[in-house]
Design a protein around this ligand. Structure first.
Ligand code: CMX
Length: 466
């Protein structure tokens, strides 16, 4: 008969089942847990290099090269995999798995940033106590240096919140442990430890920075509450934003920030963080660059655009609208040459499970179900895929996470939609810092793909087709 331990030993370390069983087995901190996991992966990479460096695992079509590298599998990214039909899995765990397995905040039910970060970094499910310890550590490191506060306070309130966030994050590199150690001269084997320290500081400070930007732009002069050492990261963030009393909004933001944190490596923000980090830029600079990729309307800014678009629709067609009227509105958007924001995806070919998780959150709360803007989002979802299929351009006519995310915030009174991508920016750090730490732990090199001119592509294509 199998004992718990013998069953554990029989499973590969990366198996989701193995990680589920491993929870509660340890009281180690996040850094200590990583220290244990890293040598296994280093060995794995070494074996792969020795045995398979020259093995061909794919091919390159002209469409990949001229099509934004779409479909080209050419990055190492361990923490999550995006299946076109199933959606995202974090170390093998689907979103419902994570909602079941990962410890929530005290008094909450939803998955939180801390337990998700732990899973992403280590491949293991933390205990409730480990999650609490990490929350405490993040709260203790949450305060911004005074010069960053002054810098952010000096920005014009008309400067887009995402520009402010990117600049604030870049300025945090003033205190970079990695940069200081690099200047002194450190061994490559020590890179990951200083990178880790910077990454934890970065994640810890994001709520204070993001909330200060919100205060300055939308409530200038209002007092900012102090960080509460007993709250989780998002609990503090919601409190600093001025919505600490709204338990449902806090839970929504916990869920949104946790499940939106990582979407494998090729998306524009994650890829940017990896590329910039690969030059040995410190995590603040690498993540600042990622935030500016996130600020584009085809990527993170889409959550702002969805709301703008749905509100314009609401204004024109009213609340109790029928499907036919929405269909006509969708066609007008498409015929004017615009994209339907919140729909389509570079990889996904089915409704985004993150969208479905947010929809489930709404369905479980009757007052959200009755909200006119959320009803409009739902009705749009009932019509848009067929319209987009008929339009015939997009490879994925289904909603992505952004189709729902902003409307829930709007319902709860967080109506400043130019700010929504900042919340995404607090979330996406989870996946980006994970990769930054692992890239240093595995000694991944500077990224440097080869490019071709148009003539060279044509010549290669002709010689290949004869
Ligand atoms: N509405 C109208 N047309 C769309 C469309 C949409 N929602 N999505 C794609 N298309 C069009 C493209 O613009 C493209 O048209 P052209 O051939 O004229 O250039 C064509 O369909 C093929 O595009 P695709 O291969 O299906 O999609 P891409 O991988 O090129 O782009 C994405 C993916 C997300 C940028 C695109 O679907 C889009 O613009 N969606 C709307 C914006 C959005 O919601 N972005 C958020 C994505 C999630 C995220 O990054 O966080």
């Amino acid at each position: 008969m199998f004992t718990r331990n013998s069953l554990l030993k029989s499973l590969p370390r990366s198996s989701p089942l193995s990680t589920s069983f491993r929870r509660n087995a340890s009281t180690k901190s996040l850094k200590e847990t990583l220290e244990e996991v890293i040598p296994h992966k280093q060995q794995h990479l070494k074996r792969l290099k020795a045995e398979h460096s020259d093995t061909v695992i794919g091919d390159v079509k002209v469409a990949n090269v001229i099509g934004g590298m779409r479909g080209l599998r050419a990055m190492l990214w361990d923490s999550s995999v995006l299946d076109p039909d199933e959606g995202i899995r974090f170390h093998g765990h689907s979103i419902p798995d994570c909602q079941r397995l990962l410890p929530p905040a005290p008094g909450g039910k939803e998955v939180i940033a801390e337990s998700m970060l732990w899973l992403l970094l280590t491949g293991q499910v933390p205990t409730a106590e480990q999650t609490r310890q990490l929350s405490r550590e993040l709260a203790e490191k949450a305060e911004l240096p005074e010069f960053v506060e002054k810098l952010v306070d000096s920005f014009p309130t008309t400067l887009h919140p995402m520009t402010q966030l990117g600049m604030g994050v870049a300025a945090l590199n003033h205190g970079s442990a990695f940069q200081a150690a690099y200047e002194k001269g450190m061994k490559k084997t020590e890179y990951w430890q200083h990178t880790f320290d910077d990454c934890i500081n970065l994640v810890a400070r994001l709520p204070a920075l993001a909330a200060r930007i919100f205060r300055n732009v939308y409530n200038p002069g209002a007092p900012l509450p102090a960080i509460d050492k007993d709250l989780d990261l998002v609990g503090n963030y919601t409190k600093l934003l001025g919505y600490g009393d709204n338990h449902d909004l806090t839970e929504y933001l916990r869920l949104y920030i946790a499940i939106h944190g990582d979407h494998e490596g090729g998306n524009a923000s994650a890829h940017t963080a990896h590329l910039v980090g690969s030059t040995l830029s410190d995590p603040y600079l690498a993540y600042s660059a990622a935030l500016f990729a996130l600020a584009g309307p085809l990527h993170g800014l889409a959550n702002q655009e969805v709301l703008r678009w749905q509100l314009a629709m609401q204004k024109e067609v009213g609340d109790n609208v029928d499907h036919e009227t929405i269909r006509e509105y969708l066609w007008r958007t498409l015929k004017s040459g615009q994209v339907v924001p919140g729909y389509g995806h570079g990889v996904l070919r089915k409704p985004d499970p993150r969208f479905m998780a947010l929809q489930e959150f709404c369905d479980s709360r009757p007052e959200l179900g009755n909200s006119p803007i959320i009803q409009l989002v739902k009705k749009t979802y009932e019509v848009a895929p067929d319209v987009l299929k008929e339009h015939g351009k997009t490879k994925n006519p289904y909603p992505n996470v952004d189709a729902a995310s902003g409307c829930v915030l709007y319902h709860y009174g967080l109506t400043q939609f130019k700010y929504y991508t900042v919340i995404f920016g607090v979330s996406r750090a989870l996946g980006c810092v994970t990769q930054l730490v692992w890239a240093r732990a595995l000694g991944l090199p500077i990224e440097r793909p080869k490019s071709y001119s148009l003539d060279a592509i044509e010549q290669l294509a002709k010689s290949g087709s004869t």
